[in-house]
Design a protein around this ligand. Sequence first.
Ligand SMILES: Cc1cc2nc3c(=O)[nH]c(=O)nc-3n(C[C@H](O)[C@H](O)[C@H](O)COP(=O)(O)OP(=O)(O)OC[C@H]3O[C@@H](n4cnc5c(N)ncnc54)[C@H](O)[C@@H]3O)c2cc1C
Length: 370
Amino acid sequence: MSVRTAEIVGAGFAGLTAAAALARRGWSVRVHESASELRAFGAGIFLWENGLRVLAEIGALDRVLEGSYEAPSWDDRTADGELMAAIPMPLPGGGRMVTMTRHHLHTALVECAEAAGATILTGRHAAGADPEGRLWFSDGAVTADVVIGADGIKSAVRDSLGLPARLERFDVGVYRVLVDRKLAPDHSMWRHYVNFWDTVKKRRILYVPCAGDSLYLLLGAKADDTEALRVPFDRSTWQASYPLLADAIGGIADNPRFDYYERVTLTSWRAGRVFIVGDAAHAMPPTLGQGAGTAMGNAFHLAVCLDSFRDVETAGRAWERDARPDTDTTQQVSVNRLEELFPEQGARLPEHWKDDEVGISRRVPRTVHQ
Ligand SMILES: Cc1cc2nc3c(=O)[nH]c(=O)nc-3n(C[C@H](O)[C@H](O)[C@H](O)COP(=O)(O)OP(=O)(O)OC[C@H]3O[C@@H](n4cnc5c(N)ncnc54)[C@H](O)[C@@H]3O)c2cc1C
């Protein structure tokens, strides 16, 4: 039987997972990445049990856990550091939740995909695809049994197919940075994950130790908080809100990564031989830390469906039927949680973590070992 071929657009977490899973099943796989070098943006990342189980399926788990961190507690504190709530980790009845730099996760996935035999090409910006399995670049096209569009929120592959898509932007903006953990004061809480709330100004800093001395900070504010979200980044505004974290904020480099929270919803994730996966198909606000976990799970499940059924229509139908309900739920719960992120002064803090949220973190595609 001839070797089946896949052209994948995007060397992000979804594209690399699909590449590794297909190549491990004997497919000839090429990944086309528009950036001139392989790298991940966005500082740090949380991975829950579901994401970790997918990594195990593609043989990347040990490598990822080697450079990950698992905190003993999830705390809520005032901007001045007063403890409001603490939840021991792991959560009761829940699975693991670990943190790492994005660079670490990305490197592990690149190594895993290449070790499985996938070829990753950089500086290859795809312009679009058609349902017959042709993938277009400015200088020509390639054809494959399947094309996978894993090219993120602004997906050119998705848009070229004309798949009806709904893109929403929410009124929350975030800066994400890595700083040296030695810039945090020396106190036992500095080993915990901590949400620091400025309920007066409605700002939040999520404090996330990663492995070694890497400290991931996510600084969030409402879109109308022009002081906090000023460009270029204004350290003094954040230091005034968070004197306790002044040194760590002072360590933030110029022009940190900035994003709004967004959601992408498609009526269908496929057209003929082309499949859309990851943020390109189902981006969600990161309030549950599930975007990448969901992207990797769906990419893995897609690979197994494609490999199991020679007919791409049957494979695609099975994939969407299985993956869509959990993905829709995860997206919706992430959006619901967004409403709770910036409570009024004196209002109750969001409850960490509710049963449905913890349940989501344990749900894996049926092709992942249960
Ligand atoms: C503030 C914030 C915090 C988050 N925190 C978490 C978290 O803690 N845990 C979690 O699980 N998720 C989190 N997420 C979500 C997570 O980052 C995404 O869900 C995940 O990165 C999606 O991966 P992806 O591979 O689908 O897309 P991307 O990571 O966007 O990768 C797409 C790749 O495609 C490439 N590309 C784009 N266009 C083209 C083209 N035309 N041709 C070729 N290549 C192209 C890009 O360069 C990129 O390498 C967070 C998101 C945000 C905004």
